[in-house]
Structure formats: structure tokens, C-alpha cells
Design a protein around this ligand. Structure first.
Ligand code: HAM
Length: 435
């Protein structure tokens, strides 16, 4: 049928249909369950925030703030932004609700939609979802190791194979002083070829040039000095300890001194989980330490570390690696009715079945008996009952196993029918018992 939609869904957004929704819920629950074993509670924050929350913290020279935020004025003339990432809102919510007064560390996990005006491609959307986890109140490298190990566990438990964990340290403001002057020196010599954005970044925040997506800038930065060579003693010790803990936990990793991350708030450890199987957008997740962000947002000095996993990219790789996920439950029993009185009875019995968590369907479209049975076949109902005049009179119907064709009698008396429904789900899954 030719359709005349008023408009299509917006570019870079996705509709998640029932089967995918079911599988996403399964993955979501697994991730939250794992986080719970590490002591993480769940937090939910609003889709939009005041724009100023992101400008400084994500960073005025980042691509996210400069080019990608969905920012608009609301009717009260306030500047509002759809959250482009999860960490900053979680920090705000943690502080605003006084969670920082609780026993430390505070561990928060979340699944949230995020919005970035990027060029859509496989694995890159304008609306996407992040599963995130943040630990507040520990500067100990053990927190870094535990958090990385949790992400690693998540990928393993999902059955995802072949990811590389890449780690780096981008130091603290102290190490950066020396590093920036060397980096600037290098970039100044190539200034003529840098994109206009990077020329601006060069004076304001030279490390952002390393994260530029333009091919020419990427080529230029290939030989740029790396911050790992400029770490102060404290940052260097911290990084050594993180590596040593990861080794002890038998988590393999690769040091990639080029990881700088696309957001400004990071300090010390940064990391990414990379796949080569889902195209150009291979980062399944990333994160790092952000010891200065809580103070920047709320004035409370509190070290922190976290990660965000790209939920759509996880689903992409699960499909690519053909990891089997549970399928939505099909109809267990279809109750067909012939005539008005039978229809009433079918509606009533379906309700009783549902009280036993049985997927029970009956006619709500006004179909004849033949069409009802055709529909029962289409939705692959495991069992069916037909209620006609006789069945109404005797209060007994035939319960038919739609796969084997076997039938047996079933009482339509509400209480007895309910008793039957208690066993029918097991019968559906495991076949008939011998009783
Ligand atoms: P991020 O690296 O910008 O970090 O995003 C985290 C993950 O979200 C990425 O690794 C990727 O899988 C996914 N992602 C990012 N952009 C898109 C997009 N346009 N479409 C689909 N997936 C995308 C953060 O956002 C930090 N808040 C992570 C963090 C938490 N750091 C500390 N705590």
C-alpha cells in the first residue's frame, strides 16, 4: 500500500521495533545486573539541561560543544540543551541531590539517550543511548581498575569477542603545562595546514587538535608529541598502578598514547574499547578519570572516574557476531469464540490466563472463526481453544496443541481454567508431563 506519511523520522534517529526492543531490554537488564554486583545504584536525569552545564565542563573547544549540541531557547528564553553525554548531568544531579554527602565512593549507573548533531553513518546517530557508570570519591588507581574491569565483564558476559582495550594517561594540569608548550611548538610549525577550528584551538586548548576529525589535521597530528612522555611523578605512578592492577586481574590492554578523548574533563587514566568489526565507528565505549569536573560543576572537590558504552554499537556487534539473544515470547494460548456469548467468554478466559502471566489472545477485531484460527496460526500460538454453543453449554472445550495437533479437554469454569493455566506455560516450554 502506498503511504502518504506527513514526514519521515528525523535523520540520525532510529525506531526500535518490538523484537529489537525485547532484546535491548535483555541486554540492558544484564548490564544493570552486573553493575549492581559492583555496588552501582541507578540514576535517571532529564533529557535536557541548562546549556551552561555543558559548555565549560565538556569544553568550549570540543567538537561536541562547538558543533554538535542541540541547543535552543525555550519559551521562557532560557538556553536549553539536549544532553550530548551522561557524565555532566550525573555530576549535577549527584551534587544537587546531596548524594556527595553519602559514604564514599558513590557508584552510579545509567542508561540514557544522548543527542549530538553528527553526520549519521553506521554506528553513529544523532540520538543514541549510552550505558554509563560513574564512581565518585576515590582517587585510588584501584577504582580505575575496578571500573575498567566492570566494562570488560560486561562485554564478556554479553559474549562479545575480539575487542581491544586501549588505555592512556593524559595527566593532570601540572603535566600539561610542559606538554602544551612542546605540542604548541610542533603544531605552530604546521599551522598553515590546520583547519580553521584547530588554528583557534591551538591557542585555547592545543590537545583538542589531536582529536580533530578532519583528515588533514589527523595526518598532521600523527607525529605530534604525546602526553605520556610528559607525565608528572604522581600521574606516572598512578598509571603504573592501574596497569599493574589490570595485569593482576588478567585484563589485557594495549597502551595507546594517542587517546585523548573528545571531551575536556578528563585527567589521568583514559580508555576505549575498540572493535574492528563494525566499521569506522569502532569505539564501543570509552571513559576515564575526571578529577576536576565535580569541583568545576559544584565547588566540591571530588575525584571521579567513569565510562559510557554506546548501546547501539553493542547491539550492532552482537548482531555481527551472531550472539544469540532471547526471542520475545509468542502467544501461548489463543481463545477463539463463535458468537457473542462465546466472545465474552473468550475475553474473560484470556484475562484469567494473563493473571498467570500467560500470553493469551482472543479476537478483538471481529473476525469469523476461520479467520481467528488463521490468525492464531500466524502468531504461532502454542495452544488454542474454540468456544462455540456446545462448549458454552457443557463448560468444557478442547485444548489443542497447535504443533502436534493433540487435543485434551479443558474446563471453562473460571477456577478450574485458572488451575490449568498454571501448568500450561511449562507444558508449552517442556512438553506434556506424564501425570
Ligand atoms: P564518548 O566517548 O563521547 O564518552 O561516548 C561514549 C560512547 O558512546 C562511545 O564510545 C560510543 O560507543 C558512543 N557514542 C558516542 N557518540 C555516538 C553517536 N553519535 N552515535 C552512537 N554512539 C555514540 C562520553 O560520552 C563520556 N560521558 C563517557 C564517560 C563517562 N566518561 C566518564 N564517564
Amino acid at each position: 500500500m502506498k503511504m502518504n506519511l506527513i514526514t519521515n523520522g528525523a535523520k540520525g534517529t532510529q525506531d526500535v521495533l518490538p523484537r529489537d526492543s525485547f532484546q535491548r531490554s535483555f541486554v540492558e537488564k544484564l548490564l544493570f545486573d552486573i553493575a549492581q554486583t559492583y555496588g552501582f545504584g541507578q540514576i535517571r536525569t532529564p533529557v535536557f539541561e541548562h546549556t551552561e552545564l555543558f559548555n565549560k565542563s565538556v569544553g568550549e573547544t570540543t567538537d561536541v560543544v562547538q558543533k554538535e549540541m542541540y541547543t535552543f531557547k525555550d519559551k521562557g528564553d532560557r538556553s536549553i540543551t539536549l544532553r550530548p553525554e551522561g557524565t555532566t548531568p550525573v555530576v549535577r544531579a549527584m551534587l544537587e541531590n546531596g548524594l556527595h554527602n553519602n559514604a564514599l565512593p558513590i557508584k552510579l549507573s545509567y542508561l540514557m539517550s544522548c543527542y549530538r548533531y553528527e553526520k549519521p553513518q553506521a554506528g553513529r546517530y544523532r540520538e543514541f543511548n549510552q550505558f554509563g557508570a560513574e564512581i565518585f570519591g576515590s582517587e585510588d588507581p584501584a577504582a580505575d581498575a575496578e571500573l575498567i574491569s566492570m566494562a570488560n565483564d560486561m562485554f564478556n558476559r554479553l559474549g562479545i569477542k575480539g575487542l581491544t582495550l586501549e588505555i592512556n594517561s593524559i595527566g593532570c594540569p601540572k603535566c600539561r603545562e610542559k606538554y602544551y608548550s612542546k605540542l604548541k611548538e610542533y603544531l605552530e610549525s604546521k599551522k598553515a595546514d590546520l583547519c580553521p577550528n584547530c588554528v583557534d584551538r591551538l591557542s585555547r586548548n592545543p590537545m583538542r587538535v589531536l582529536d580533530c576529525k578532519s583528515p588533514i589535521c589527523s595526518e598532521i597530528t600523527k607525529d605530534a608529541p604525546v602526553i605520556l612522555d610528559f607525565l608528572c611523578e604522581e600521574c606516572s605512578d598512578h598509571f603504573e598502578k592501574v596497569k599493574s592492577y589490570l595485569n593482576q586481574m588478567q585484563i589485557s590492554f594495549k597502551i595507546n598514547p594517542k587517546i585523548v578523548r573528545g571531551l575536556d574533563y578528563y585527567t589521568k587514566t583514559v580508555f576505549e574499547f575498540i572493535s574492528t568489526e563494525i566499521g569506522a565507528q569502532g569505539a564501543l565505549g570509552g571513559g576515564g578519570r575526571y578529577d576536576g569536573l565535580v569541583k568545576l560543576i559544584g565547588g566540591v572537590d571530588m575525584p571521579a572516574i567513569g565510562f559510557g558504552l554506546g548501546f547501539e554499537r553493542i547491539m550492532l556487534i552482537l548482531a555481527k557476531q551472531q550472539v544469540s539473544l532471547p526471542e520475545p515470547e509468542k502467544c501461548t494460548i489463543y481463545i477463539a469464540g463463535l458468537g457473542d456469548e462465546a466472545k465474552e467468554m473468550a475475553l474473560k478466559l484470556a484475562c484469567i490466563a494473563r493473571q498467570y502471566s500467560i500470553n493469551a489472545q482472543c479476537d478483538i477485531v471481529g473476525r469469523g472463526l476461520k479467520a481467528q484460527m488463521k490468525f492464531a496460526d500466524k502468531i504461532e500460538a502454542a495452544f488454542s481453544i474454540v468456544i462455540g454453543e456446545d462448549e458454552l453449554k457443557t463448560q468444557i472445550a478442547k485444548l489443542k496443541n497447535m504443533k502436534t495437533g493433540e487435543t485434551r479437554e479443558i474446563s471453562l469454569d473460571a477456577e478450574k481454567f485458572g488451575d490449568e493455566m498454571m501448568g500450561i506455560d511449562l507444558e508449552n516450554r517442556f512438553g506434556k508431563s506424564d501425570k
